[in-house]
Each structure stands twice: as structure tokens, then as C-alpha cells.
Design a protein around this ligand. Structure first.
Ligand code: 4AD
Ligand code: MG
Length: 466
């Protein structure tokens, strides 16, 4: 017996075929005429398929009439044209087999709508809801277009380490990895740990970014990208921060800041365009049911067509100061822009994505290329309405002497980054790259308000359940 996914069985070309479909019951409705309608979903699409279960089925009374939300079944039958509204096809079942029951007294996903907060407590079952199915499919589409975009341009996909001894962003927000018996050490009240007894003979951490390692490969192979999990122990309980998130980091030799911005803009547009063209039904769902103003599709279509604004940090500060708007954090040259400032620029002032560049060197990491003014570095952040910073990138400092002095300024020991310095010693080249936070991109494409709802199992302060 040929198996079809629910999505395949919903298409007109399935009409007339006898097939098996399998999934989880959303609802069951009994007709007075002695048969039942079952709405079935298997995650392959937003829409369900309706199964008509005739009263003649041998297990009609014993099984079919006991089906409730969450039960898993196989149904065999013919796909017919449907007279029902909003559906092309339905199945007339010849047999229905129940794989697993779901006690309606305790199954959490009953017909009633649950809050996103409540659904987080059932992160193992929430993918069965319309919203989380749609998010999972859209996230998958975005990951696929990320790989396609870079593969089509001959970037090499490389895997950078998850365990590392270097703090790329220099913010000290790293999770330490150890095999030492910390309880034992605490008991002995040892003041200074001897890392000779630890697994790597030195302090090591979960990576905050694969950039430094990606730079080494870019400086041999030209264009590379890494795409993997990254970890930040920042204690920020916001709707934009996770302790574990996925980052895509392309790194390109012989690229300067403008090339980097061009690539970032083309890359984002490609991701948005693919989501619009490949996730039609789910995007419609986000537009109608998740987006507050129901303009998501129109907005994304607009962004794919429009040029992003490009503005030096210094001019952005001018715009903010001249706006006369009352911000919680007052604006002056040299501050790190807060999300209220970023939102003003993208949502109120320019009303589109903005790439800010040439930031003060004091608020950016050591590895960024220092401009001739000796005050700013060739950094660029892509800001989008609603989400704020979605991409952070820069041209890298490829001059050994400047790098060394920047590291000194930031109290970093260049000896510990000897391999990073070697790239500047042997055949150094201008190079650049950026990092896109995958979850921020998914948030932007779906309009989901909280980043915890666009990753299957969110890790945040105090939360590592599942
Ligand atoms: O701006 P960030 O810190 O840049 C880097 O890590 C560079 N090494 C990237 C590079 O040039 N190769 O982070 C990049 C992006 C941010 O713009 C944001 O989208 C995302 O990663 N991000 C987070 N996403 C979720 N939760 C967090 N705690 C995040 N921190 C950064
Ligand atoms: Mg950043």
C-alpha cells in the first residue's frame, strides 16, 4: 500500500488513488447519519486532511468513536474530491488502525487555545500545534536556503569547534567545560584551580562564535561558512536572547566592509524570498494569526525589493539626538546603541532595514579593522524592524601591529591567540565576515514575539528542561 503524507494527499493529483496516511488526530466529529469525520495532521503541512470513517468499519464503535485529539492512527482508503470548504480532497476510509490513545483527561493540547508561555511547558508536545508546526517548517526552509545561498556561490561549509579556549567576543559570557570534580574542589576550598588536572589542561568553554577558527580557513581557502550552535551565558531574560542559539558565519578572504555589507543584504533577501515562495501556507498563517497588524507578507515582499539604508554610526547618533525623542538611555557618541534606539531607526525613522557601520572601537571586540581616524572600527550591524540586530559583522584587522595593540588595550594576551596572530604573520590579507543569529531570522520571518518559541528547546537562565 502506497503511503502518502497528509500534504501529498491534500493535492488534487492524489484524487482516485488508494493510499495509506498516518498521523495524529486533531478532532473527530460524528454525523447523525452514522459515520464520523476525522481531521488528521502529520506535520507535513499546515492543513489537515479530512477522513470520512463509515459506520460499517469493523472497529467503528470500538475504536473510531473513541478517537480524541492526539491519538495516532493509520488510515487506508481512497482519496476523493471533497465538497467541503477549504479542502480539495478527503479520504474515504476502508480501515482505520489505532496506534496510540491519548487520554482526553490528561492530554494537554485540547481544542482550547493555550498561551505561548503555557506551551513552553510542553515543549515536547507543542510541535503538534499549528503554530509550532509552522515554525518548524519555516525554520527548516531558512536553514536550507542558507546552505543553498552559500553553496551556489562556492563557499565551503566548514565545522568549527564547539569547545574552545578563546573568547571571541571578549565579553566573558562563557560556559566553562570541565571534567573536574567541582564538588570535591569546593569541599577542599582550593583557592586557585590547577587546570593541569582538567581534561584540556587549561580552562575551556563552549564557543560564543566560530569566527576566529573560520578566519583561519578563509585565509587558506577563500570563502567559507560555519553554521552551528553557539552559547552565551549572558543573564538577559529578553525576548531576543537565548543561552544556546544557532549562528551562520560566513568569512571571506579579500573582502572589505562594503563587500561584507553587500553579501549580508543579498543573503537576507534570499532567505526572506525563499520563505515567501516555499512556505506559502505557513506564511499566510503567520500573517493572519501571529502578526499583529496582519501585514507580514506585504512587509517581507517590500524588504526583498528595497535597498537597505546604510549609515555610519556617527550619523545614526545625529539622527537619534535630533529626533528629540525621550529614550530611557540618553544618546551620545560612544554609547552602545540600545534596542530602543535601534527600533527608532528601523521602525520610526527609516521604516526599513538599516545597516549601521563604523562603530566606536571602544564598544567592539579586538578583531575589528581599525579606521584611520583611530576612533572607529569597520563593524557593521544589520538592524531590522521588530527584531533589532539580526546580523553583526566586520572587516577583520589583518595588520599584526594594530591587532597586537588592540589586544593589549583589551587586556588580551596575544600569546594565547598565537595561531590567530600567525594568520597576520604569514600571507595576511584583508578579510571580512558576519554572523546571522538563526533564531532572530526565524523570528523576523514568522513575526513570533518571543525567541523561545522559534527554537525547539530553548535554553535560558534557569531553563534547561527537556
Ligand atoms: O554580533 P555578534 O555577537 O557577532 C559575533 O559573534 C561575530 N563573531 C560574528 C561574525 O562576525 N562572524 O552575534 C551575531 C548575531 C547577532 O547579530 C544576533 O543575531 C545573534 O548573533 N545573537 C544572538 N541570538 C540569540 N541569542 C543571543 N544571546 C544572541 N547573541 C547574538
Ligand atoms: Mg552584535
Amino acid at each position: 500500500m502506497k503511503k502518502l503524507s497528509v500534504n501529498e494527499a491534500r493535492q488534487a493529483d492524489a484524487i482516485g488513488s488508494s493510499v495509506k496516511i498516518q498521523g495524529w488526530v486533531r478532532t473527530r466529529r460524528d454525523s447523525k447519519a452514522g459515520f464520523s469525520f476525522i481531521e488528521l495532521n502529520d506535520g507535513s503541512s499546515q492543513g489537515n486532511i479530512q477522513i470520512v470513517a463509515p459506520g460499517e468499519l469493523a472497529n467503528y464503535e470500538s475504536d473510531v468513536k473513541r478517537l480524541t485529539a492526539g491519538c495516532s492512527i493509520s488510515a487506508v482508503g481512497e482519496i476523493k474530491e471533497s465538497g467541503g470548504r477549504g479542502q480539495t480532497t478527503e479520504m474515504l476510509a476502508d480501515s482505520i488502525e489505532v496506534h496510540g490513545w491519548a487520554d482526553p483527561e490528561t492530554y494537554p493540547l485540547q481544542k482550547k487555545r493555550h498561551s505561548m508561555e503555557k506551551l513552553r511547558e510542553w515543549a515536547h508536545l507543542r510541535p503538534r500545534t499549528n503554530t509550532f508546526g509552522a515554525v518548524a517548517r519555516t525554520r527548516n526552509c531558512i536553514c536550507n536556503s542558507i546552505h543553498q545561498f552559500f553553496q551556489e556561490q562556492a563557499f565551503l561549509y566548514i565545522n568549527t569547534p564547539i569547545i574552545t579556549a578563546s573568547d571571541c567576543e571578549g565579553a566573558g559570557e562563557m560556559f566553562q567545560v570541565t571534567t573536574m570534580n567541582l564538588d570535591g574542589i569546593a569541599k577542599q576550598q582550593i583557592e586557585k584551580l590547577n587546570y593541569r588536572f582538567d581534561f584540556f589542561d587549561k580552562p575551556s568553554y563552549l564557543t560564543v562564535s566560530g569566527q576566529l577558527e573560520a578566519e583561519t580557513y578563509a585565509c587558506s581557502l577563500g570563502k567559507v561558512y560555519t553554521f552551528g550552535p553557539t552559547f552565551r551565558a549572558e543573564n538577559s531574560n529578553t525576548s531576543r536572547h537565548l543561552a544556546e542559539f544557532w549562528m551562520v558565519e560566513p568569512e571571506m578572504a579579500f573582502f572589505e566592509l562594503t563587500d561584507d555589507m553587500d553579501l549580508a543584504e543579498a543573503f537576507l533577501k534570499r532567505i526572506f524570498a525563499d520563505a515567501l515562495s516555499q512556505c506559502g501556507e505557513d506564511m499566510q498563517f503567520f500573517n493572519d494569526r501571529i502578526d499583529e497588524s496582519h501585514t507580514l507578507i506585504e512587509r517581507l515582499e517590500g524588504i526583498v525589493e528595497t535597498d537597505f539604508v546604510r549609515l555610519p554610526y556617527t550619523e545614526a547618533v545625529d539622527v537619534l539626538v535630533k529626533s528629540k525623542k525621550k529614550f530611557d538611555f540618553p544618546v551620545q557618541w560612544g554609547i552602545d546603541l540600545q534596542s530602543e534606539h535601534e527600533r527608532f531607526l528601523t521602525e520610526e525613522h527609516f521604516k526599513k532595514p538599516v545597516i549601521l557601520y563604523d562603530y566606536p572601537k571602544t564598544i567592539k571586540p579586538f578583531y575589528m579593522y581599525c579606521n584611520d581616524d583611530d576612533k572607529t572600527v569597520r563593524a557593521m550591524d544589520v538592524l531590522v524592524p521588530g527584531v533589532g540586530e539580526i546580523i553583526g559583522g566586520s572587516q577583520r584587522e589583518h595588520r599584526l601591529d594594530v591587532l597586537a595593540s588592540r589586544m593589549k588595550d583589551q587586556d588580551l594576551d596575544i600569546e594565547e591567540y598565537w595561531w590567530y596572530a600567525d594568520l597576520r604573520r604569514y600571507g595576511t590579507v584583508p578579510h571580512a565576515g558576519f554572523g546571522l543569529g538563526l533564531e532572530r531570522a526565524v523570528q523576523f520571518v514568522t513575526s513570533m514575539a518571543n525567541i523561545r518559541d522559534v527554537i525547539p528547546f530553548p535554553r535560558t537562565p534557569g531553563n534547561a528542561e527537556f
